[in-house]
Design a protein around this ligand. Structure first.
Ligand code: GLN
Length: 196
């Protein structure tokens, strides 16, 4: 059974723990370096990326997280988690840093304050079946996709909201808030393939 960690410094980590255990993984919280070392894959949840950044640095986790990403640990980031995985933030808070790994530039809160949240059905070629009912909450968009990263899908105006690169997967939206867990399943399949 794959052991999936959910970074639990801040944000909606409980929902991801529920999804991963429902899909048959062993789901554990990660707040310390030793916990990170014990997992086969990691989810970085939604929340507030600037707070997650500060906490990860003050908990001494930012360095170990960057090392784990570089070593090939599968990581899936949703919303703030996608921001944490982006190499570049176009409108970060002063001093805001990311872990990086995805060759992309993200813009935070990109859908504007008047549309704090919205939902859209999006077809993803990487997933079989129906479009995904994507829920966006003060969500980032991927404004630039560098050559090392691959866009997986976009909202109807063309703005990219899901990307992958090697061991990393990121979505602007929150599948853990719906009953459609195909992105989590895709991630878990990749973790399993790496363990096999
Ligand atoms: N706007 C948040 C940020 O900048 C992300 C929102 C979310 O994760 N739902 O981190």
């Amino acid at each position: 059974t794959p052991r999936i960690g959910v970074l639990a410094l801040q944000g909606d980590f409980r929902e991801h723990l529920h999804v991963m255990s429902s899909l048959g993984a062993e789901a554990v919280t990660v707040r310390r370096e030793q916990e990170l070392a014990s997992v086969d894959g990691l989810i970085i949840p939604g929340g507030e990326s600037s707070v997650m950044d500060k906490l990860s640095r003050s908990f001494g986790l930012a360095g170990p997280l960057k090392a784990a990403i570089a070593a090939g640990l599968p990581v899936y980031g949703t919303c703030a988690g996608l921001i944490m995985l982006a190499d570049r933030i176009l409108d970060g808070m002063a001093d805001q840093q990311t872990l990086g790994g995805l060759d992309v530039a993200v813009r935070r809160n990109a859908f504007g304050s008047q549309r704090d949240s919205f939902e859209e059905d999006i077809a993803f070629p990487a997933l079989d079946g129906d479009p995904v009912h994507a829920v966006f909450i003060r969500a980032p968009v991927v404004e630039e996709v560098g050559p090392a990263a691959t866009p997986l899908g976009a909202v109807s105006d063309g703005r990219v909201v899901a990307v992958e690169q090697g061991n990393l997967l990121g979505t602007s939206f929150h599948p853990e808030m719906t009953n459609d867990w195909r992105f989590h399943q895709l991630f878990l399949d990749r973790v399993r393939a790496r363990l096999a």
